[in-house]
Ligand binder design. Structure first.
Ligand SMILES: Nc1nc2c(ncn2[C@@H]2O[C@H](COP(=O)(O)OP(=O)(O)OP(=O)(O)O)[C@@H](O)[C@H]2O)c(=O)[nH]1
Ligand SMILES: [Mg+2]
Length: 360
């Protein structure tokens, strides 16, 4: 299964190396090329190669993305063991037999051609690309034990994706299958990843952002509560900064009473939290005004706890400890941070179970 977009200069070598490797290992391979109407004529060239090799070409109308190309290739392929690789000669076709053997002996149902397994390597990558790749791999750590989950070179038994809903927005379909697929064990075969032989890279900044978004969604799929709690806390953290900034400004600059300042800080920060949590944390599509009321109500209860806590600190604890005016505002801020932390746990549980319950 090879997705292609403007890969004409690489195709002849790729197909003949796959053919050699498979014939050498007595593997009866069908090469499926999914081309997105490449302007350089990759599609027609692939058809041409079909005269000499066992190549099936799927033509799509335009550049519809890597993941959906792979998914269409799965449908078009007739075999039971599927191998996905890039067309740019980054992935050594000579490793295909080893990967297929692991699947067919049932040692594993998913096999990744791995740059980061023992014996794997990357050739000629500039330092910034190595760092980006390592960071991206780190981000996927909690999703799978595979050391190179971002690899675009992988093999699987068809049953792994049978009935599994794959999200085509993801750029890294291999990672998606590792997370959602049905398999008992995944194995890695070390590969030396060569830089693309010819043609232009399709990597850009938006690809990285899409990857981060994809990872977050996969975490949500795998550990929904943990993922939502982390997002809720992250937004809460930003809300806390907003809250503290307003509290401080109101008290220090406008000489407001600290309780009124806390109320103002609460309303602004809470509205901000609501918007982000509804749209991002809970991806909710419920009725906005009802949810906003519920969210506020939850938060007001939280605020009650917050104010009782602050009042106790300021009016009982501080005089008892003999803390004077000079250190009062520092103490107040510390107390507020602790209060917000406790309240955030209460808020998360209440909003999950009540405000956004029908969407989660
Ligand atoms: N059909 C199809 N293939 C695509 C599309 N985008 C990328 N590809 C192919 O997917 C494979 C991987 O893309 P690459 O551009 O090599 O991405 P990369 O390996 O992350 O980055 P570079 O090797 O630096 O270019 C190649 O075979 C591309 O031709 C697409 O939108 N549609
Ligand atoms: Mg590549």
């Amino acid at each position: 299964m090879i997705p292609t977009y403007n890969e004409k200069p690489n195709l002849q070598e790729l197909v003949s190396r796959i053919d050699d490797a498979c014939k050498g290992a007595s593997i009866d391979a069908e090469i499926v090329i999914v081309d997105d109407n490449s302007p350089d004529g990759t599609g027609a060239h692939a058809e041409e190669l079909g005269k000499e090799y066992n190549v099936k070409v799927v033509h799509r109308s335009g550049k519809l993305g890597l993941s959906t190309a792979v998914m269409e290739g799965f449908e078009a392929a007739s075999g039971d063991t599927l191998v996905v690789m890039d067309a740019d000669l980054s992935h050594p076709p000579e490793k295909i037999p080893e990967m297929v053997r692991k699947i067919e002996s049932d040692e594993a149902q998913m096999v990744v051609g791995s740059r980061y397994a023992k014996g794997g390597a990357v050739e000629n990558w500039p330092i910034h690309r190595r760092i980006i790749s390592k960071c991206a791999t780190l981000l996927a750590r909690g999703l799978t034990k595979v050391k190179d989950p971002m690899s675009g070179f992988f093999a699987l038994r068809r049953s792994v994706i049978d009935g599994v809903e794959l999200n085509p927005i993801g750029y890294k379909i291999g990672l998606e299958i590792l997370v959602k697929g049905k398999y008992d064990s995944a194995a890695e075969v070390p590969i030396t990843f060569a830089d693309r032989k010819a043609g232009k890279s399709k990597l850009g900044a938006s690809v990285y952002l899409k990857y981060i978004d994809h990872c977050i969604r996969l975490y949500e799929h795998k550990k929904p509560w943990l993922a939502r709690y982390v997002k809720f806390t992250f937004i809460g953290g930003i809300g806390t900064v907003i809250n503290l900034a307003i509290l401080w400004t109101a008290v220090e600059v406008f000489f407001a009473h600290y309780l009124w300042a806390a109320v103002l800080a609460f309303v602004v920060a809470d509205t901000n939290n609501f918007i982000w949590n509804r749209w991002w944390t809970f991806r909710s599509k419920g009725k906005v005004h009802i949810q906003y009321s519920q969210f506020l109500l939850v938060s007001i209860n939280g605020l009650m706890l917050n104010l009782i806590f602050l009042k106790t600190i300021v009016e009982d604890l501080m005089p008892a400890l003999g803390i004077g005016e000079d250190r009062a505002s520092v103490f107040l801020v510390v107390a507020q941070v602790i209060a917000i932390f406790l309240v955030s746990i209460f808020n998360f549980i209440a909003n999950s179970l009540w405000t956004f319950s029908d969407d989660t």
